[in-house]
Design a protein. Structure first.
Length: 563
């Protein structure tokens, strides 16, 4: 596990663990686990669980297992297994030798199922899935017992063995626990333990054609591994009595299940099923699309593991569901990138500027600060010449009040360089501004004018002769509404997809030092935001993703609240 500082923020789970340590409940042990299903890529919600489980184990000198809940071969792939391992490591955690799979325990789970049959606590049912739902009852009405519920132990053992041998088609029979069809907790109304699935498993191949349900595999897997604190999201709270029932009936080691509220984030969705829809229907370019809340998508966009860990610590752990503003995640990211990122100059929508009084062929090397937050980062040289590019938005022919950037007859400062004054505007046949003719004041290099005159704006620039051409992808929220489920009649959550979530700019001009950056390189484009080199980047052909803008609305809100 990576050695980084763990910040202690009190929460009810820490309180439980500390009380268990005080009373020596588990012999002084703290063993947690992160148990993902390998049926998709992890997202920011999983990061909360990863940070919680691995972080608590680290904090209390214990260990955290990575265990794949691979009990549904129809939806699982080795690709997802490897991506999950990569994401956990990227966040800064390591499971060491404690990598496990629920499929490691298939033989033992089968034997435990047989044990429950022999004890009269489980039976083979011939009801279809629809009939099981019908017999289950409702929250206000008790369920009805299956007509197959009272089969003899011998018949159940025979049928279950034949299920395993592959004699029956998919869906024709299940193994169910015999608990209480009148229980107020629907999870205890004879839940299914095993179903028939003639499907090849990514690890066990064709060895099995029956597979345990999550509720049957979950608690027993925890028990086998000696987990002390089985930390789950809140939707499993109603499943805890079933978790306890299985373990108590089998008479095996009993971990403690604890539930916490899952992460809900504005302007996105956290359902793997929905994320898969977005990928398959082409709304995004893949699981690692930088608009996705997946960890691989956030990584591609330029997020840092440090920022995500800080975010997970700040949102805390609670028992009540809530929705977290996406702005807090971006705030944590800005704080981290501000400390680590080199500042560079990039012009995304270039407008040509010719300095008519600057000597032709002359090139100066000007000193530019790499990071004002980190004096040790030093400076770099940037070339300055007669022809430059500035941002098109930094010029207006007829500027409104409070527009202080370049305009006809107006003077501005070029970052690290000189004052320039716009004297003439060149337009094409359609009337579009294509070039500015300006003059520079050689007495103002890197400082104020000797005569004391002031300018009200400083703008960035790139030397045209030295500029590197790049593609820049500007990302925005994936949805136009903070709650994608807020829809009108006849609409669905996908109708709230943001049609402007991606804008691709070509012909952008960057300072020459960015020509051969590697994928994953992060920097701040001065005045524009934080950017990261995309994996599509090639030598001499950089492609950058906008990670986050400079505008921090979250910080402003907190300041206004006096926090």
């Amino acid at each position: 596990m990576e050695d980084f500082e763990v910040k202690r923020k009190p929460n009810f789970i820490r309180n439980i663990i500390e009380e268990d340590l005080r009373t020596n409940k588990f012999g002084g042990r703290v063993v947690t686990r992160f148990p993902p299903e390998p049926n998709g890529y992890l997202h920011i919600g999983h990061a909360k669980s990863i940070c919680l489980n691995f972080g608590l184990a680290q904090e209390y000198g214990g260990r955290c297992h990575l265990r794949f809940d691979d009990t549904n071969p129809t939806k699982e792939e080795e690709e997802y297994v490897e991506s999950i391992k990569e994401d956990v490591r990227w966040l800064g955690f390591d499971w060491g030798e404690h990598l496990y799979y629920a499929s490691d325990y298939f033989d033992q789970l089968y034997q435990w199922a047989v044990q429950l049959i022999r004890a009269g606590k489980a039976y083979v049912d011939d009801l279809t899935a629809d009939e099981i739902r019908e017999f289950r009852g409702t929250l206000t009405e008790p369920g009805r017992e299956s007509p197959y519920r009272n089969r003899s132990v011998e018949e159940n053992l025979d049928l279950f063995e034949r299920m395993r041998a592959g004699e029956f088609p998919d869906g024709s029979r299940t193994l169910r626990a015999k608990i209480d069809m009148a229980s107020p907790n629907l999870n205890l109304r004879d839940p299914v333990m095993y179903r028939i699935l003639h499907a090849r498993h990514h690890r066990t191949g064709d060895t099995w054609c029956i597979y345990p349900m999550y509720d049957f595999a979950h608690g027993q897997s925890d028990s086998i591994e000696g987990i002390t604190h089985s930390i789950c999201t809140l939707e499993f709270e109603d499943h805890r009595p079933l978790y306890d029932w299985y373990i108590e009936q089998l008479g095996i080691y009993h971990p403690q299940q604890i539930e916490f509220a899952r992460l809900n984030l504005t302007y996105t969705v956290m359902s793997k099923r929905r994320l898969l829809e977005l990928v398959r229907e082409g709304h995004v370019r893949g699981w690692d699309d930088p608009r996705m809340p997946t960890l691989c998508g956030l990584r591609r966009r330029g997020y840092t593991p440090e920022a995500i860990r800080e975010f997970c610590e700040r949102i805390g752990v609670a028992k009540a569901d809530s929705i977290v503003d996406y702005g807090l995640l971006e705030h944590c990211l800005r704080e981290d990138l501000n400390k680590r990122c080199t500042r560079v100059m990039a012009v995304l929508r270039p407008l040509r500027v010719v300095l008519e009084n600057y000597p032709e062929g002359q090139v100066e090397e000007l000193d530019a600060v790499n990071n004002p937050e980190d004096p040790s980062a030093g400076t770099r040289k940037v070339p300055f010449s007669r022809v430059l590019y500035i941002e098109r938005d930094d010029f207006m022919e007829e500027p409104p009040k409070k527009f202080y950037r370049l305009a006809p007859g107006r003077e501005v400062r070029l970052r690290y360089a000189y004052f320039i004054k716009c004297n003439d505007v060149i337009k094409d046949a359609a009337g579009n501004v294509v070039e500015l003719r300006c003059t520079y004041d050689p007495q103002t290099r890197g400082g104020d004018a000797p005569d004391g005159r002031k300018v009200k704006a400083t703008i960035h620039w790139v030397s045209a002769a030295h500029a590197v051409e790049a593609e820049v992808r500007l990302y925005d929220h994936l949805f136009v509404k903070s709650d994608p489920d807020e829809v009108e009649d006849g609409k669905t959550w996908k109708d709230n997809l943001n049609p402007r979530s991606l804008e691709v700019l070509t012909g952008c001009k960057l300072e020459p030092g960015l020509a051969n950056v590697a994928a994953g390189y992060r920097c701040q484009f001065e005045r524009l935001g934080y950017f990261c080199a995309d994996p599509d980047t090639a030598a001499g052909r950089p492609v950058f993703n906008r990670t986050v803008t400079l505008r921090d609305t979250w910080a402003k809100i907190q300041k206004s609240l006096g926090e």
